[in-house]
Ligand binder design. Structure first.
Ligand SMILES: NC(=O)c1ccc[n+]([C@@H]2O[C@H](COP(=O)([O-])OP(=O)(O)OC[C@H]3O[C@@H](n4cnc5c(N)ncnc54)[C@H](O)[C@@H]3O)[C@@H](O)[C@H]2O)c1
Length: 406
């Protein structure tokens, strides 16, 4: 099938690779010409495990272009363009502009919205562009996006018409994943409700971790493990730390809150979860300052600046916020991240070994598995674990989120 993908960032480039691998002919379009050039050379502009290999393996099925004209004759066209917030509200201008560009080329193409959009957006696009519009929200996680797209937990297909829903269902059939068919509005809300729920789970365990710090012998890792053994609760997203970040949870919860407010039914739990998250960095910073009092004669080393492991994405990264907060407090901030190469105001080290040699205090800010090696490296300084990846017995000077230090 000839399929278009518009917007080749984290979501779009993975969608291209996986749909090409499934045997489709993919027309991959972006307005950013540099991105098209680098993708055409086989260089994805982002780091995502397995992406480069999948694009290379399937390059015969992919045509990269900055011209929407190439999309003519596509059965479906996936929109993977940004949906940022402006002034706390979702900005749909990229979705509107991309859908109008597609409709001006071929009004028979089915528009499939992968971008995260609020309920009512697909209907609005359908009316403006005069096309059939399917909502097919994306649930992949950066860091495992290729695998997640090949084998999603579920595929949500929202539409007003059965033929276009069937078309999208057929496109994803190769995944073997369960499909939920519904209307556009429910599909749109499922995405926001899912992200909001996951963010609440994180903030919940982070509040419990605050409590653990106050209780002699308290350790949130043990509490979370005990909770997660209950199948009704499940262990996922019960990991205490310095808070959630990235390009989705902060943006999507903010957009959902203002949407719900406008509808007259504010989401109090989501609001509370955002407030909890906003307090994470200052609380963790206090822990760092207690262990290593700020001084312009002291250096500090930070492990990780990406918003999570296995990605180079630092959008709304809590680790990046932490580094920014540390820079004015210490003489030098050294950092090591396996894939993020630069950070303004901080000095990058080429390896974990090099980074821990710079300072007597090491802060773990991103949960890269590689940082687990710290426990076998004989480091004798302060270790402050913001992601709970190390065992508390690593050293006497070990401090961590959710661990009582009395
Ligand atoms: N990043 C994620 O993990 C993730 C997961 C699920 C859903 N989403 C949602 O998917 C959407 C895309 O997110 P992303 O992280 O891939 O964004 P991104 O910023 O990485 O990529 C978006 C791409 O769209 C291109 N673009 C912008 N306007 C365009 C236009 N009119 N025509 C063609 N291309 C255009 C940009 O040049 C860019 O390459 C957002 O709505 C986001 O909320 C993202």
């Amino acid at each position: 099938m000839k399929i278009g993908v518009v917007g080749l960032g984290y979501v779009g480039s993975v969608t291209v690779a996986v749909l090409a691998e499934a045997g489709n002919e993919i027309i991959a379009v972006d307005v950013d010409r540099d991105k098209i050039e680098s993708l055409s050379r086989g260089e994805p502009p982002i780091y995502e495990p397995g992406l480069k290999e999948a694009l290379t393996r399937n390059r015969e099925n992919i045509h990269f272009s900055s011209s929407f004209e190439q999309l003519r004759g596509s059965a479906a066209c996936f929109l993977c363009v940004p949906t940022p917030n402006r002034g706390g509200k979702i900005d749909l201008s990229y979705v509107v502009s991309a859908s109008e560009s597609v409709s001006s080329v071929d009004a028979n193409t089915v528009i499939v919205i992968k971008s995260t959009v609020l309920p009512g957006t697909a209907s609005m696009v359908r009316e403006r562009a005069g096309m059939r519009v399917v909502s097919n929200p994306e649930f992949t996680r950066e860091g495992s996006a290729v695998e997640d797209t090949r084998h999603p937990d579920r595929i949500v297909v929202g539409s007003a018409g059965a033929p276009e829903a069937q078309l999208v269902e057929n496109i994803w059939k190769f995944t073997g994943s369960p499909v939920l068919r519904t209307n556009n509005e429910n599909a749109e809300l499922i995405k926001y409700a899912s992200n909001a729920f996951l963010s609440i789970k994180i903030s919940f365990i982070n509040e419990i971790s605050n409590l653990c710090e106050r209780i002699p012998g308290g350790d949130v890792e043990v509490v979370a493990k005990g909770m997660g053994m209950d199948r009704r609760i499940a262990p996922y997203f019960l990991k205490a730390g310095i808070g959630y970040g990235g390009s989705c949870f902060p943006k999507d919860t903010e957009a959902l809150l203002s949407f719900a407010q406008e509808k007259g039914d504010p989401l109090k739990i989501v609001e509370a979860s955002r407030m909890v998250n906003e307090g994470r960095i200052s609380r963790f910073l206090d822990m760092v300052k207690r262990a290593e009092p700020p001084s312009n004669a002291t250096d500090i080393s930070v492990l990780g600046v990406a918003f999570k492991d296995s990605t180079d994405d630092i959008r709304e990264s809590q680790a990046a916020k932490l580094v920014r907060a540390l820079i004015p407090l210490y003489r030098s901030v050294y950092f090591y991240d396996p894939v993020v190469k630069t950070f303004e105001g901080a000095t990058r080290c080429g390896s974990l070994e090099e980074c821990i040699q710079q300072s007597r205090t090491v802060v773990i800010a991103t949960e890269w598995p590689e940082f687990g090696r710290l426990s076998t490296m004989g480091f004798t300084g302060n270790v402050i674990d913001g992601r709970r990846i190390l065992s508390p017995d690593i050293s006497e000077k070990f401090y961590a989120v959710g661990l009582n230090h009395a």
